[in-house]
Design a protein around this ligand. Structure first.
Ligand SMILES: Cc1cc2ncn([C@H]3O[C@H](COP(=O)(O)O)[C@@H](O)[C@H]3O)c2cc1C
Ligand SMILES: O=C(O)c1cccnc1
Length: 360
């Protein structure tokens, strides 16, 4: 699938990063005392290419919505029509993500990539198909659909960045998508189906068994192509994961930082880093989801999540819960007074170097 190639991903700005490290040492607090917030502030400066940092002007959440054929196996506690119903709920402001976005000052966009229903015109502009194949016995998508979905994600990232977004947050909505995500996580990290499977939106013990079997069957088909991101998306993925993959890679190409959410966005991140090496430097992990496979995915991404609240919702809620921490980190670096400005005496003993420099 040569139609999907990304240009070389730029690095966050090294000069701004160095300036930010130096500035952290000049601010009126013991060196390193803001802990991880200091690393995050440095990361924001490097992504913005400027120090002091600026407050984010237009943070945006994009929720990627799609249905999944594997829902027919009885792997979710909820019926497939909930996907379209929740899309409506997200559009009218009643979902958890709407509240979390409002709390964090983030604008919300919903993109129907493969919902198995008609959705309003403005959100269906990038729709690739309805649903997907039942991944235990057939391919999720055709080659053309994979390409179209990845391109849809790229276009959505471009639209957001061109519209002024300076921080992106990703989310998912789609019944049975944790079965797909767990399959991809197992294929990409090597964990077994029983280690990858989770309760998703709350499946019972019998459903859990059906889900584990579905992941096992899907993994049997997906493992042979696990090293090839686009073919893995075709065999075992879905149009939402493919679009998220394109979106995450393109956000990095466009030098725009992203806050990752739960399991589905995590597997898309692994695939995007594969397609566009270095893209992961532009992402921060918002939270650790209660889905067991998410931990393996985060480890493979080399990301320590900002919060671990036992959330298991998706929609971007974990990322949005963490967002005020990110905002604080940026503002502390940008707005605190220096020792010189405030007339506060600096240390009399040279402080130890800042702990664990930021992954740039
Ligand atoms: C009302 C409702 C709102 C949601 N918001 C996100 N999800 C989350 O749960 C689903 C994945 O779980 P599973 O694989 O078990 O179906 C996805 O839609 C995901 O976004 C929801 C699920 C439901 C039921
Ligand atoms: O990890 C997630 O994001 C998640 C977990 C459960 C249900 N939906 C999403």
């Amino acid at each position: 699938m040569r139609d999907v190639e990304f240009p070389e991903v730029p690095r966050p700005d090294e000069q701004a990063r160095r300036q930010a490290v130096a500035r952290q040492e000049s601010l009126t607090k013991p060196v390193g005392s803001l802990g991880r917030l200091e690393e995050l502030g440095v990361w924001i400066a490097a992504c913005q290419g400027t120090c002091p940092t600026r407050p984010f002007a237009r943070p945006r959440l994009v929720v990627f919505a799609a249905d999944h054929g594997v829902a027919a196996n009885g792997v979710s506690a909820y019926p497939p029509e909930v996907t379209a119903q929740m899309v409506t709920n997200l559009l009218t402001g009643g979902a958890a993500a709407n509240v979390a976005a409002a709390n964090a000052g983030v604008g919300v966009r919903v993109a129907d990539i493969a919902v198995d229903a008609d959705t309003p015109g403005p959100i269906a502009g990038h729709k690739v198909r309805r649903g997907s194949g039942v991944i235990g016995r057939e391919d999720a998508l055709t080659e053309a659909e994979v390409v179209a979905a990845v391109q849809a994600g790229r276009t959505i990232a471009d639209e957001e960045v061109d519209g002024g977004a300076d921080l992106l947050v990703v989310g998912d909505m789609g019944i049975a998508n944790t079965t797909v995500a767990a399959t991809l996580a197992a294929a990409l990290t090597g964990i077994e189906p029983v280690a990858a499977v989770g309760r998703g939106s709350g499946v019972d013990d019998r459903g859990w068994m059906r889900k584990t079997t579905s992941i096992r069957d899907a993994l049997r088909r997906g493992r042979p192509v696990a090293h090839d991101p686009l073919n893995l998306l075709r065999v075992s993925g879905g149009a939402d994961v493919a679009a998220l993959t394109g979106f995450l890679a393109q956000a990095a190409v466009r030098r725009t930082p992203v806050v990752l959410d739960g399991l589905l966005t995590g597997v898309a991140a692994l695939l995007a880093e594969d397609l566009a090496p270095g893209a992961a430097r532009w992402w921060v992990a918002g939270h650790r989801s209660a889905e067991p496979a998410h931990d393996a995915v985060l480890r493979q991404l080399g990301k320590e999540p900002l919060v671990d609240l036992g959330l298991r919702l998706g929609e971007g809620t974990g990322a949005l819960a963490a967002l005020p921490l990110l905002t604080l980190a940026g503002r502390a670096l940008g707005e605190m007074a220096t020792y010189e400005e405030a007339g506060v005496s600096g240390p009399v003993i040279a402080p130890p170097p800042l702990p664990g420099a930021v992954r740039d």
